[in-house]
Ligand binder design. Structure first.
Ligand code: 6R9
Length: 654
């Protein structure tokens, strides 16, 4: 394995050297032929390939009904049940004793569920929910941390046709209440508390506070996660999960046949402004797309042990911990803890012990691994790994190389997957057995996906130029609408670039990107994350990538000062910084060479960590408030709220 010093240091520009997947990977890949032309010729029927991955109760009549855009209906006429597709059919195909979920809890606590065991518990839970009064189409809110009861309750809801709305366990009582009210949800599944880094957190008291302010008369089910460590008393309308299951021991519930476009779940995404948006996903299109992308891009096979180290409270966990992998009948790993507890090699210890084949995580995690050093992955045999994935933010080339070298043994292909809560599944990525990889670029759109980069007049921009990332055609995983708000759905995502009179519809992702001559896309982040410096538009991501390319820097976030123009850079380093001044000079130099002197940061603030959301995205809005000494908005969505005070005092000391 090479030294960190051997990892090329580069910034915003793409690493030109494209890399082919190793022959050993190609030989075994699920997809080893370029499907782009086939999909072009046969669109939209090509999506039959995704539909075929599922078992339907009634077959669909056609693949796509586009009569009423942008409200597309995928697989119309088809009926199916998602829990049947993730469980029952695998029992029938002889996989009943195969591990479905391998859960790893705090301090090495472990639970494995075979497909049969998962089936039994999902059925008992479904029976219990029915008895509590949950009916088809009732929205059930799930406010659980990364414990097996989270996917179990999701699948139980799916079984009885009740859409779930998972609210990330770290969110506040107020955030939970807003989401329950917005979805008219009368049922809440939660727990007494959970562990983080060895400390017990009280979840029930947050849930109680939320229920007090929710309009509906809420029925609550409580999972006892902490036992005697956090005793709790059940009030009226509150039920113990374990007791409910016991009362329905070994009962089975006939899976409810749902129309393909019936809602499977909704997921709130906070976005950058305004009320949270309740993104609605369908049963047929979503599940088919999650399974197809998991098979095509993540190369998942039934015999694999596959690990997506994300939270299920984020769309990534829905599609690629729960629905995609279970639809394919594989073993999906679920980890409750943090990557550095009890030590910084925790993830690698799990990869080695479970012989994980495919590992999928976020760049923020990769940059943390880099910061901690290669000695942690080096302690373990990671040779079981075949493929690595990245999701959630752009992965800068230096982090990409580090990931491949020190986790992937210099061999594993990496898929840098771009997608959104609204796309339901991966939309831009290399297909790992087919396409060359270019570090810093997510890759071409997947077969069947049509990306256009446009300027504000909806004219296509040239290669090398920055444009709005838009999708020209519907795809099966796409959101159906925003809950109870078709109008806002059209306004947020379709109005900007569509021409309804001409019958032309185009999805606006809200991201900016740049294409190279080969059509590989470099994602530059949210359109709102663009700074206006002396009349020039500079993407924060490009600035951050230039800074993170400096030797010794782990991560950077830039924001603008309120007086216009001034760039503030918040930076965390790989180890202790003994010479902040020298590092600051190198940062400024890197920005001047790679972007230009106008973008030179006025102030560089060193901080041990950057404020991050549940999915590891840097919360720039908060840094802006800190920079401009504004009152801080809601910080409850942060995974590391303790860092804010530290950053505030660092800024004051400047
Ligand atoms: C899956 C997920 C969506 C936003 C998206 C974009 C950013 C996601 C990315 C990426 C660059 C990648 N994003 N993947 N940016 N490269 N590979 O993250 O969903 O939480 O809705 O966020 O994340 O800005 O628009 P979500």
């Amino acid at each position: 394995m090479g030294d960190r010093d051997e990892v090329p240091s580069d910034g915003a520009s793409n690493d030109e050297s494209s890399q082919s997947p190793p022959a050993s990977f190609v030989e075994q890949a699920n997809v080893d032929e370029d499907l782009t032309d086939t999909f072009e010729r046969t669109w939209p029927e090509c999506w039959d390939r995704a539909g075929e991955l599922l078992e339907w109760d009634d077959p669909y009549a056609t693949v796509l009904d586009d009569e009423n855009p942008p409200f597309y209906r995928w697989f119309p006429g088809g009926t199916l049940n998602a829990s049947y597709n993730c469980l029952d059919r695998h029992l029938e195909s002889g996989r009943k004793n195969h591990a479905a979920i391998r859960w790893e809890g705090k301090d090495g606590e472990r639970r494995t569920f075979t497909y049969r065991e998962l089936y039994v518990e999902v059925n008992e839970c479904a029976a219990a929910l029915r008895e509590l009064g949950v009916q088809e189409d009732d929205v059930v809110t799930i406010y659980l941390p990364m414990i097996p009861e989270l996917p179990i309750t999701m699948l139980a809801c799916a079984r009885i046709g009740a859409p779930h709305s998972v609210v990330f366990a770290g969110l506040s009582a107020a955030a939970l209440a807003t989401r329950m009210d917005a979805a008219d949800s009368e049922y809440l599944l939660t727990c007494d508390g959970y562990y983080r880094r060895g400390d017990a957190f009280n979840q029930k008291s947050k849930a109680d506070n939320a229920v007090l302010s929710v309009d509906a008369n809420v029925t609550t089910v409580v999972v006892d996660r902490l036992g005697d460590e956090l005793p709790h008393v059940l009030g009226s309308n509150e039920y113990d999960y374990e007791a409910l299951l016991e009362a329905h021991s070994q009962e089975t519930v006939e899976p409810v046949s749902r129309d393909a476009d019936d809602m499977l779940f909704l997921m709130y995404t906070s976005g950058t402004t305004g009320e949270p948006k309740g993104v609605v996903h369908s049963t047929g299109g979503y599940l088919a797309y999650a399974a197809w992308t998991a098979r095509t891009v993540l190369d998942i096979k039934p015999e694999d042990t596959y690990w997506c180290a994300a939270d299920i409270g984020w769309i990534t966990g829905h599609s690629y911990i729960v629905y995609g992998p279970l639809a394919l009948g594989t073993t999906t790993v679920m980890y409750e803890g943090t990557p550095d507890y009890p030590d910084r090699d925790r993830l690698w210890e799990i990869v080695e012990r479970m012989a994980v084949d495919v590992f999928y995580t976020a760049p923020t995690a990769v940059r943390a691994f880099m910061k901690w050093g290669k000695q942690y992955p080096e302690r373990h045999d990671l040779s079981s790994l075949r493929l690595l994935g990245s999701v959630g933010e752009p992965i800068n080339p230096r982090a990409w190389h580090w990931y491949r070298e020190h986790v992937g043994g210099g061999e594993c292909p990496i898929v840098d997957t771009w997608w959104q809560t609204e796309t339901g599944g991966i939309a831009i990525s290399t297909v790992p057995g087919v396409d060359e990889m270019k570090p810093g670029s997510a890759g071409p759109p997947l077969p069947g996906i049509q990306v256009d980069l446009l300027d504000s007049d909806a004219t296509a921009v040239d290669p090398g130029e920055t444009g709005y990332l838009t999708l020209e055609r519907p795809w099966p995983g796409m959101a159906e609408t925003l809950y109870d708000d078709d109008e806002r759905y059209v306004a947020e995502y379709w109005r900007q670039f569509s021409d309804p009179d001409a019958g032309e519809w185009r999805y606006a992702s809200g991201d900016a990107a740049r294409a190279d001559e080969d059509g590989y896309l470099t994602i530059l982040g949210r359109v709102d994350d663009v700074l206006n410096i002396a009349g020039h538009q500079v993407s924060t991501m490009e600035l951050e990538s230039a800074i993170a390319g400096v030797e010794g820097i782990a991560e950077a976030a830039v924001v603008g000062g309120s007086n216009g123009g001034d760039v503030y850079a918040y930076v965390s380093t790989e180890g202790a910084t003994d010479d902040g001044d020298a590092l600051e000079r190198r940062i400024i130099e890197a920005v001047e060479t790679e972007i230009g002197p106008i973008a030179r940061p006025e102030t560089v603030v060193f901080t041990p960590e950057l404020p991050k959301t549940r999915s590891g995205k840097i919360m720039r809005r908060l840094l802006e408030d800190v920079t401009n000494d504004e009152p801080l908005g809601d910080t409850s969505a942060l995974r590391n709220p303790e860092i804010v005070g530290e950053i505030q005092s660092a800024v004051r000391d400047q």
